[in-house]
Design a protein around this ligand. Structure first.
Ligand code: ADP
Ligand code: MG
Length: 140
């Protein structure tokens, strides 16, 4: 398996409930290394740009409002098969459909406030990592 990097976000519902450490433990237990991390508060413009692919979806405005409702933690996770591995650790978008033991099953509030974001392909991971981090901020 190849070593990959993926972009992860601990969303406002997670930071609000002080779950940063509990969620990071899930990544580290499953072999993902946090090679970059920062806590930020997105502007509406930034949130809209990040989620541009969802612009036409009915939940877009709700998603942007939620993502600017509090601080988030953006991170780069590195490890074997990191993109797919992280999606597995996160669980399904809708927590009621997520497998037992996944982050979303255990922590998410709803389909919208679902605690974490993870890139869905290697190509999107590169774009999303570049959106938040310069190369010098990523220390593997
Ligand atoms: P994922 O985060 O699992 O890749 P999507 O890319 O489909 O899921 O959606 C991006 C984010 O938009 C979700 O994580 C969630 O926060 C929000 N979202 C998705 N579907 C809905 C929905 N039906 N209602 C409200 N928010 C949603
Ligand atoms: Mg997605």
């Amino acid at each position: 398996m190849a070593i990959e990097r993926t972009l992860s976000i601990l969303k406002p519902d997670a930071t609000r409930r002080n779950l940063t450490g509990a969620i990071n433990q899930r990544f580290e237990e499953k072999g993902l290394r946090i090679v970059a991390q920062k806590r930020i508060h997105l502007s509406r413009r930034e949130a809209g740009l990040f989620y541009e692919v969802h612009k036409e979806r009915p939940f877009f405005d709700e998603l942007v409002e939620y993502m600017v409702s509090g601080p988030i933690v953006v991170q780069v996770l590195e490890g074997d098969n990191a993109v797919a591995n992280n999606r597995e650790i996160m669980g399904a978008t809708d927590p009621s459909k997520a497998d037992a033991g996944t982050i979303r099953k255990d922590f998410a509030v709803s389909i919208g406030e679902n605690s974490v974001h993870g890139s869905d392909s290697l190509e999107n991971a590169k774009r999303e990592i570049d959106f938040f981090f310069s190369e010098s901020e990523i220390v593997g």
